[in-house]
Design a protein around this ligand. Sequence first.
Ligand code: FRU
Length: 538
Amino acid sequence: MTNLNQLISLAALLLITGCNTGNQKNGSENTQDPTVANSSEEMLYRPNFHFTPQKNWMNDPNGMFFHNGYYHLYFQYHPGGNTWGPMHWGHAISKDMITWQEQPVALYPDTLGYIFSGSAVVDHHNTSGFGKDGKTPVVAIFTNHDPQKASDKKTDVETQGIAYSLDEGLTWTKYAENPVIENPGIRDFRDPKVRWDDQRKRWLMVLAAQNKTMFYVSGDLKKWEFLSDFGADKGSHAGVWECPDFFPIRVEGTSQTKWVLLVSINPGAPNGGSGTQYFVGDFDGTHFTPDAGFDRHLSEKHDYWLDFGRDNYAGVTWSDIPGSDGRRLFIGWMSNWDYANQVPTETWRSASTIARELKLHENADSYVLSSVPVKELNNYLEQKLKKEKITITENTELTNSKSVDLTRTHISFGIGDSKNKGFVFTLSNASGDTLRFGYDGTANDFHINRKQSGHHNFSDRFADRISTAPRSSKAGSLTGTILLDKTSVELFYDNGRTVMTEIFFPTSPFETLSVENINENILIDFIEVSQIGHNKKQ
Ligand code: FRU
């Protein structure tokens, strides 16, 4: 970049930053990385359409429920700093899971400890008795983590507690008789996810217990009875099990229902650090049993991952989505414990993934769980470019920032016969940063390469590898959706059957998107580039 160009970009940066309302980071307490401090991290890195707290540290999504037209999202939150610390539940609400409004902090640490991850349910029948004056209670079920016991190396560090809200999740009262589940002598005993088991008319809880999940049931959300456990000898065990979710889901194209168990694990993800595996099977009211074909694949060392990218962790699904909607809706934390505390933003740290719809498909003798962005995102798309039947014989520029703002972009594409072929998309800027992602038809896998994507020295684990994901679809033709924000790429291939989510921190915004073929020429059947507007279209 010439000096003049640099000056123009800097002036533009200052102008736009000046127009922003609130949230600017003035001054530069960032001692690690002067380039970031000197520009505006708001301008460069505050996501355009992913949720971030205004200030300070966030990790896992918690307590998500839908009620009276609003999607609620709580999250692990440290209001006192921009690194992990005493955990509270922050809160945000949305009418469509895309535009979020942050709310006051919902749950504060208490004498039993920090408030770790958990869930919330709308207690429509007032089984808990917390309802009053006809108001429906919302009940949160969470882990209390006692930091004193943790530093004293005790085992009974974590217990489960509940709280209720009579004003639709805004303010909460803790139950006076917490804990509702005492620690059974397991050091990591946390992240309760509760759902109403409509068939058996009782509450069903799954929680993570070190190297397995444990199931409990209750009639009133206060007294819990242990049912069974699952997983000590199944799936990946390279790290501790955390943040499970357990739900029935219809198998696409059939009338059959299966149960899916999501389990986050850290470390042990396929590309390092934190990741979310899943299991598909049946639940008889007491035990979860993996499906036979699924189990055979598992025992042949085939693990099942919801997302192969490095930055989708601790995600779970919304409770109380109306039956008339019927979707299974998910959101994850878009970071990885390998470097989450070090990423180069100071005002806030971490964003959520785009909200996603999960679907279960039969796949040979097993199943695959797909995820795609929720359809509500379509209400924000403004089409900028559509091309059909382009043969790629060399590196070809598809679009650049004169036509579309590449920091808020939705791209969908289809490629005919993909066998033995391959492609690489490259995002680049004049500072020389590149983000490369694509498909290798010979290896039959997808990849993301963020090694040269900008700032990465904040952690030696951030750019230490090229992430890969085996393709799960057997189809010859291939489709993909690419979602680009300022610091994230989310890739949904084959209608979400293989997904990769990763973050990056370019030194200036990406300006050009190009594509190149590897091995043979490729024919792009269609490519459609849309901008994600600031506001929902009316
Ligand atoms: C997952 C996790 C949970 C825990 C929370 C603490 O990222 O480790 O198991 O409840 O974060 O913030």
